[in-house]
Write a protein that binds this ligand. Structure first.
Ligand code: SF4
Ligand code: SF4
Ligand code: SF4
Length: 275
């Protein structure tokens, strides 16, 4: 099957937030009242129940003019996804559309995916079972895979009234992005296509008016080395020697030491740097 991509041209977005509402509505996600954060942006980042957030950025351009920049942010659906790499249960997986999804039945809520996503777009939601015991599951944008399976487009794309978002084959969307970039270069000299190689390219690509860091995006995100070491070396050897159950306990220790975003290992890899 062809791989599909969501194309986001931030220069056409007018900040209406209809994509946020459409996502909540289609995916039955509860409202999350937020305190005023000093700007018109509703949420600081995506959460387990808010899978896309419209970022509002005040920016002074190279000519000293103040500009308001907008960005629809959600999962990038990386081709070489760190979340897939580290998930010990294979709950994070690639779909036939080339996108990345969570299988809730398999997810054990360990949070490795949260710790390793270079874009901070997956979070753990908390639930209670019938005995009142809490458990967690990873949640993020699914690229509306249930709609794709019915031949429809993602809800956010369908609702966008400025055509800032489109959805199609990866090839078509990349061509569209190249064409658009050539049209806006005069107005936005720093404009670029954001489709980072360090994660193998993504299935949500952006035409940005300014460099990635202006939008709170890492300039050169990549799959953290710790994630590769964990999945390709430590985990298989550990499972062989200790068995899967003991390995889950070791995993809890490793997740704190090796994958801790505040820790040195992650920063060295450039993932999660949003300056
Ligand atoms: S953006 Fe993060 S959660 Fe989404 S596919 Fe990439 S690594 Fe996984
Ligand atoms: S929380 Fe753990 S088990 Fe669940 S998807 Fe993330 S890495 Fe996999
Ligand atoms: S693709 Fe679907 S799940 Fe993802 S942000 Fe858009 S509406 Fe939400």
């Amino acid at each position: 099957m062809a791989e599909y991509t969501k194309y986001v041209d931030v220069t056409k977005c007018d900040g209406c937030r209809a994509c946020m509402v459409a996502c909540k509505n289609w995916n039955d996600l509860p409202a999350e009242p937020e305190k005023f954060q000093g700007s018109v942006q509703s949420h600081a980042n995506v959460t387990a129940n808010t899978w896309n957030v419209l970022s509002f950025i005040e920016h002074e351009d190279s000519k000293g003019n103040l500009d308001y920049l907008f960005r629809h942010s959600s999962c990038f659906h990386c081709s070489e996804a760190a979340c897939v790499k580290v998930c010990p249960e294979e709950a994070m997986h690639y779909t036939d559309f080339g996108t990345v999804n969570v299988d809730s039945d398999k997810c054990v809520g360990c949070g490795y995916c949260v710790q390793n996503c270079p874009f901070d777009v997956v979070q753990l939601a908390t639930y209670k079972d019938k005995n009142g015991k809490e458990y967690k599951k990873a949640q993020k944008c699914t690229m509306c895979v249930d709609r794709l399976e019915e031949g429809m487009q993602p809800a956010c794309v369908t609702t966008c009234h400025t055509d800032a978002m489109e959805f199609g084959t990866q090839e078509e969307m990349l061509k569209k992005a190249e064409k658009r970039l050539s049209e806006i270069k005069d107005k936005y000299p720093n404009a670029m296509i954001y489709n980072p190689e360090g994660v193998g390219g993504t299935h949500t690509i952006y035409v940005l008016a300014e460099k990635p860091s202006v939008y709170g995006l890492p300039e050169k995100p990549k799959v953290p080395t710790s994630a590769v070491v964990w999945k390709d070396y430590a985990q298989p050897i550990g499972k062989m020697m200790l068995g899967a159950t003991s390995m889950a306990l070791v995993g809890a220790f490793v997740s704190n030491k090796l994958f801790n975003k505040e820790g040195k290992g992650h920063e060295e890899d450039g993932g999660g740097s949003h300056e």
